[in-house]
Design a binder for this molecule. Sequence first.
Ligand SMILES: [Zn+2]
Length: 450
Amino acid sequence: MSIKNTLTIWFGKFMVKALHLLGRDAGNAPGLILWEMNKDCLKAFKVDCPIIAVTGTNGKTSVTNYLNHIFESTGKKIITNKQGNNLDTGITSLLLQNCDMKGRVKADYLVLEIDESHVPVIFSKMKLETLVLLNFFRDQLDRNGEVETLILKVKKFLETFEGNVVLNADDPNVSRLGLANPKNKNIFYFSVEKYAGATEKPYEVGEGKFCPRCGEELKYDYYQYSHVGKFRCPKCGFGDVKPYVTAKNVKLDVPSIEFEGEEYKISHNSIYYVYNLSAVYAAASLYNFDKKVLHETFEKFEVNNGRLEKFNVDGSSLLVNLAKNPVGANMTLRVMNEHKGEKELLFVLNDNLADGHDVSWIWDINFSVFNDVTRVVTSGTRAYDIAIRIKCSGYDPDKIVVKPELDDAMAEFFKNKGDKYAIANYTAIQPTRAAIKRYKAKVKEGRENG
Ligand SMILES: [Zn+2]
């Protein structure tokens, strides 16, 4: 190891140690400082085990957690960024916490969630074995720029990549990347058969309606959600791929799906979640996992952490989901609307740096369908913006309550018992979860005292 690399690792380890001694979580900081000092700092680590990375606009954290659970279930030692520190600096911090003084990282596998734009940077310095690509939607435009720029970045990386690439066949933005390197024989597509909620016309605003190969307008047989569905280019045939894995017989009322003729019970009734599981199944299949582990995982494992997280609060059932873009929000609304009976919605919207200060994306959320939604509570730094957005969709303004402070919002939201749904954007999700837990504790305390 060169002197520069040795010093990089020593200094990094020292920072992690110092932060721990101060009782602080290492977080992103050591990685950030290391990158300031040495742009090649990732090269100082010695990673000999296979690396599996998950990227895409929505679902990275969930899919990474699922894969981690599956790999760990078989007794393997995994290093993963479960909490989603998915930039180059976050990965550097993660490795610092898991390496010895020589920079050696000891594990059976690294299972990493990686931000789309950071895939090329990170894996030009570390050897990647498998890349899982979920979808590309408009997201946090302030930071990422247009989605096309992002796709081209990943495409450039894939042009010389020869490892496994697991791709969503039903998202043209992703599927096109299977053509990036004609020499790579390790391209594996996953797909989901038409489900009962699929539509002939797009339900939401989407991208990717033109053939990336010849520019012709793509013809869709159906849309599963957003621009994800069964498409084909009438001119050049783009879209004709043979999936490695197809989820069949999607029954969201059970809920269950079928892979290779076997039925799997699953724990959430959303098509968006079925796509995540199909990606997990495809990636796990490359590593020959016992089907028993997959059954157990699909039926019981919960990511929580604000990803389709279920709560029981004072006699009400609540489903909380993170949404940092219109597609994510639409997905939760769709799950809510498909649920029969009356329900209430909480929407928490912040505009902090990590969210992007521009909240105009809320105008691309489809609020036109609101089945039996009896009340909406809005909260967060932009509580009024989201309330106006919902009002403009034609929803009765008398049924909207604005409570910018989260604790006030919870007291209001749980005033009535029943079925409830909550959507929170990026920096709002953890405070929202914390406020729910505080409210639960308060109710419990009230009961014990009286
Ligand atoms: Zn074409």
